[in-house]
Design a protein around this ligand. Sequence first.
Ligand SMILES: NC(=O)c1ccc[n+]([C@@H]2O[C@H](COP(=O)([O-])OP(=O)(O)OC[C@H]3O[C@@H](n4cnc5c(N)ncnc54)[C@H](O)[C@@H]3O)[C@@H](O)[C@H]2O)c1
Length: 444
Amino acid sequence: MNIAVVGTGYVGLVTGTCFAETGNHVICVDIDANKVQMMKDGKVPIYEPHLDVLFERNIRQGRLSFTTDLASAIKDAQIIFLALPTPPGEDGSADLKYVLGVADDLGKIITDYKVIVDKSTVPVGTAEKVHAALAKNAKEDLFDVVSNPEFLREGFAVDDFLKPDRVVVGTSSARAQKVMEDLYKPFVRQGNPIIFMDERSAELTKYAANAFLATKITFMNEIANFCERVGADVDKVRIGMGTDTRIGKRFLFPGIGYGGSCFPKDVQALAKSGNDAGYEFQIIKSVMEVNELQKTSIIPKIKAHFGGDLKGKHFALWGLAFKPDTDDIREAPALYVIDALTAAGATVTAFDPEAMANVKKVKGDKCNFANDEYEALNGADALIIATEWALFRTPDFKRVGELLKDKVIFDGRNLYDLDEMNGLGYTYVSVGRQTVGSKKTANV
Ligand SMILES: NC(=O)c1ccc[n+]([C@@H]2O[C@H](COP(=O)([O-])OP(=O)(O)OC[C@H]3O[C@@H](n4cnc5c(N)ncnc54)[C@H](O)[C@@H]3O)[C@@H](O)[C@H]2O)c1
């Protein structure tokens, strides 16, 4: 099939590349001319494991190309994917200006039947709005609008796309349903379902899934906070709970809050959609409040250790991306930690394997950057860990201890074993577990 993907970010580029990998001809469109030039030059503009191999192969074999010109990209396409941003507007709702703007443009230029697929995360009722935007200029028999939310995880995006747990397709058109079924057939050969439903249910499925996962993490963060106050160990509680198959083991790891380009904005947008429909989501409201506090929950622990005053202290920070295996820093807890530390008069030297260039753009003046994880430690009063990159899991603790002024680690991701840290002579403060090695630090 000929496919156009409009918006070539994390979702659009993975979508386009993976569809090309199954033999389709894909043209990816973006308004960012620099990004398009970079991709034409054969460079992947984001860090996403395994994407580069597929990207290079499909360009070389002539199935994947890039342009800034919407009209030429969609001319021969049977399917047009919209993978456009839906950032939070001022009131927390998803801003649909990119999606509806492109729908408007498409209405003016389509001349034969196209399936127009909304892959962006959009509120209930958006397919109807996209339909209306197209219908202003295009005849109704020239298009169908389909909702096909994307569930990929950054860091696992290629695997998730090639072998999805399920594909959700919202459509009321039998013609569009057949096109979508044919397109996705190669991705579900192991028997995972393509679930067809109406457009509104498909749109809500994405928000419900993300809000549920954000709730699961947040619930565990609250259990961890409680563990700290009553002397329980959240690792043990987590294993004890997670082995119940009704609960499951995943998404139970506590830490310094969720971030990223999806959970914060999607949870907020669902709450706003609820308000608009006269329904107040109590759980969602609490999840947002708890996560807001959790992002800087490590700061009082650091302050307690240093007698309440961080002025003139210097910290090493390991991890900037909102999670490992991505360079995405949108709503990353590390950014909130940097802000809180610098506001308290401290300085920070950070290291992240992939996300430093992005952080330099937004926090360049507030933070120093190191060439590797050990250089970041030089002369620091303590190490803070904000992202659980595999690289940080088994450091040379002897070297870490020699480079730090004092052997103190504040771990927002629970990477290390308490007994081991105790044995190595560290003061080690983590989340939902007892502090080892020091009486000075309160786990507050
Ligand atoms: N990132 C994820 O993990 C993820 C997962 C599932 C769903 N989503 C959803 O997918 C959508 C896209 O997310 P993303 O992370 O890929 O965003 P992104 O910001 O990485 O990419 C969006 C791209 O669209 C381009 N763009 C903006 N206006 C355009 C226009 N008029 N024409 C062409 N291109 C235009 C931007 O230049 C950018 O390259 C959002 O709704 C998001 O919520 C994201």
